[in-house]
Design a protein around this ligand. Structure first.
Ligand code: HEM
Length: 679
């Protein structure tokens, strides 16, 4: 002890000069490490790749630009795997479309996490839910959430979705038939002739998907679609407003140092808190109430997979669970924010962009309508799911407009990534694998993969659903034929098998079967479906009511019986199932090389619900309406967490929107009304 006191007696605090010198030396070492040592020793340093990227964001803004062609030029020049740069061109990152590499990264989720920056961005909106969680916490959360998507769970969801779709269709019909009616997504109808109505399809479907997640997540009815002045409508307005593109420097600093915004919140942070705090409070109140109901035996265990909240609470009550195995309160409430964000924006954007594509391609719209009208209006979802042309259209929408154009992973330790396409390094060596260092990032370019002509053929950028039917139904399209460069090019098909994909199918069969070129969501259709056979007679009733405030509200139930379109092709020749075009090489994804929902243990947990929503919405809306784009309107997409449509010149004033013109579909014109050029 004496020796310790003696030693302390000679210790003194450093002088200011010594402290400054020490800090300078430390900074010099750090800078040397970042700007010289790291790049010089980077295992990616000999990979070919584009020059530039010397700015603060390196090549990121080029990669994230949804409308540029530069990345495709890089792919042409450097092949499937190359190096791109992070900040100040000193951070080396891997950019790969190589199926084996992607499969390896996605399936080793214990090595490849989301980067801290991406997690900070996601956490801002989605709190401590599934998307932010990594490692053991992720496994625990995912296991519970997965149960929501059991066969029974999905059936319940399809009923909730159908109800919403019918509500939306009724509202649209009412808007068309009653020009004086207004809604937040169709404020006025001044310039259009009677019988047509301009409706913002993004604003309306995002309300629907918000309502659906309220139901599925916490068994709560928001009804922001029909009751936009009510509590749900107000919550939705705030939720929508927080996604306006207001960023600025405080936002950027806050992404790197989240504590900063606790002192100086950015505009974005204030909008997010204004939207998410009431939602969080609501889910906490419901959580307490639900726990009480469970404790008092008021909720039947059998009905508990109806919503995620109850499922999580009941899971925490499993006998023998250690505290570590239980979900924390912030994980439970965070899950609502996660599902709200991950599940509603993505799906709404897809439905809106899909309807826009159909509006722009009348011949595809007619073909789809012909298929849908050949069935009754009340077709159950498992049969809707079997309709081949609808399936092809939905796949094509998901292929060409994936909600997440890409994602990023960061290696948590040194690793070796296998390749199916050898890469020629700048030093002339040819390698079949890439070494990656702890901390380096890997870009997973979903949209570039989907629009690569080498994978999807010459018409990769064209909206052409018939590629999934092996047909060429649209006269304006050329058949999808890939022109693969010579054998030695980086585009030859994989010579080695892909990584085995861990079977994440649970006992309820909630995940997709692998190895099937056309996996289906629910494989229980026992009724053979002929697309030509009407299944149920459509009905036609109409009722209107006035709201309590005396305003006319679109609350009608109205289902006309249009004459089916004369199909532009023989429906009986339609293949009964879609398939991935044979030219598409094997690759990871929910379907081969189809990465909209990515793959592996972090694959989108809600993709089956997304498919249900998209298909049922298309089914209900395209049967009853003819849709056309607005003249002189340019539509773009912007990307923050997921891509959203907006009209040119209105992003910063209006935010996301996508108005299109709706007309009641009345069937083909009678022959005597048809104009004949010879007359
Ligand atoms: C068209 C609609 C959708 C698309 C394109 C989509 C896409 C994706 C993608 C690409 C990911 C992986 C993100 C990453 O790891 O970087 C993901 C994850 C996720 N998605 Fe979806 N999604 C959709 C709909 C939904 C729906 C409807 C729900 C919920 C009901 C949902 C819930 C989630 C969750 C919770 C995760 C995190 C899974 C995990 O990390 O384990 N998504 N989604």
């Amino acid at each position: 002890m004496r020796a310790v006191y003696d030693a302390l007696a000679v210790v003194r605090l450093p002088t200011v000069f010594e402290t400054i010198c020490a800090l300078l030396v430390l900074s010099a070492v750090l800078l040397l490490d970042i700007f010289v040592l790291k790049p010089l020793t980077s295992p990616l340093r000999n990979l070919p790749g584009p020059s530039g990227g010397r700015g603060m964001d390196g090549h990121s803004s080029v990669i994230m630009n949804l409308h540029g062609s530069t990345v495709h030029e890089w792919i042409e020049k450097y092949g499937t795997t190359f190096m791109v740069k992070g900040p100040f061109a000193v951070h080396h990152r891997l950019f790969t479309l190589d199926p084996r590499a992607l499969s390896h990264v996605l399936n080793h989720s214990q090595i490849y996490f989301k980067s801290p920056l991406l997690r900070n961005l996601v956490r801002r909106y989605m709190k401590e839910g599934l998307i932010v969680a990594e490692g053991e916490r992720h496994k625990i959360q995912r296991k519970v959430a997965q149960r929501l998507f059991s066969r029974n769970g999905l059936r319940g969801m399809s009923e909730a979705v159908e109800e919403k779709a019918v509500q939306l269709r009724d509202i649209f019909q009412n808007l068309i038939h009653n020009p004086r009616l207004t809604t937040p997504y169709s404020p006025s109808n001044e310039t259009l002739p009677p019988g047509s109505r301009e409706i913002d399809i993004y604003a309306s479907t995002s309300r629907c998907t918000f309502d659906i997640i309220g139901q599925v997540g916490i068994d709560h009815t928001f009804d922001s679609t029909g009751d936009w002045e009510g509590e749900g409508g107000e919550l939705f307005e705030r939720y929508e407003k927080m996604q306006m593109p207001f960023y600025g420097w405080k936002f950027v600093i806050g992404l790197i140092f989240p504590w900063f915004e606790r002192i100086m919140p950015s505009d974005n942070k204030m909008l997010v808190d204004r939207a998410m705090d009431p939602l969080e409070k609501l889910s906490q109140d419901i959580m307490r109430e639900r726990q009480r109901e469970i404790d008092e035996g008021k909720r039947e265990a059998a009905s508990d997979n109806r919503d995620l909240l109850t499922l999580m609470l009941r899971s925490n009550m499993t006998k023998g669970m250690t505290p570590d195995q239980k979900l924390r309160d912030d994980e439970i409430t965070g899950q609502l924010a996660t599902f709200m964000f991950a599940g509603s924006d993505t799906t709404a954007g897809t439905i809106a962009m899909g309807l826009y594509q159909l509006a722009k391609h009348p011949e595809i719209q007619d073909t789809l309508r012909a298929e849908l009208l050949a069935c009754g209006d009340n077709l159950p979802y498992d049969q809707i799911d079997e309709l081949p042309y609808l399936d092809a259209v939905v796949k094509e929408v998901l292929r060409i407009n994936p909600s997440l154009p890409g994602t990023v992973r960061q290696a948590q330790k040194d690793d070796i990534i296998p390749l199916s396409q050898p890469v020629k390094l700048t030093n002339g060596k040819i390698v079949n694998e890439i070494k990656i260092r702890k901390g380096q990032l890997i870009h997973i370019p979903i949209e570039h993969l989907h629009t690569s002509t080498h994978i999807w053929g010459e018409d990769a950028k064209v909206f052409n659903p018939s590629r999934f039917l092996g047909l060429n139904l649209e006269p304006t399209q050329t058949p999808s034929t890939a022109t693969f460069p010579s054998f030695n090019s980086p585009w030859t098909s994989p010579s080695t098998p892909l990584d085995p994909i861990p079977e994440s199918v649970n006992s309820s069969g909630a995940e997709v079967e692998k190895g099937d070129s056309n996996p289906k969501i629910v494989r229980r259709s026992s009724v053979p479906l002929s697309p030509m056979t009407p299944m149920f007679p459509a009905h036609s009733t109409m009722s209107e009511r006035k709201s309590s405030t005396g305003d006319e509200r679109p609350t009608q139930i109205y289902s006309p019986m249009p004459t089916p379109t004369t199909p532009k092709f023989d429906l009986s020749k339609m293949p009964r199932k879609t398939s991935i075009p044979t030219l598409v090489p094997p690759g990871p994804g929910v379907w081969p090389n189809f990465m909209t929902f990515i793959d592996g243990p972090r694959r989108c947990i809600g993709y089956k619900l997304a498919l249900i929503e998209i298909k049922i919405m298309f089914f209900k809306l395209i049967r009853d309406f003819e849709i056309t784009p607005k003249e002189d309107q340019k539509v773009w997409r912007w990307n923050m967490m997921s891509t959203r449509p907006y009209v040119e010149g209105t992003l910063h004033t209006k935010g996301s929107s996508l108005p299109i013109i709706f007309k009641q579909y009345k069937g083909d014109p009678e022959p005597d009304q048809t104009f004949h050029p010879s007359q």
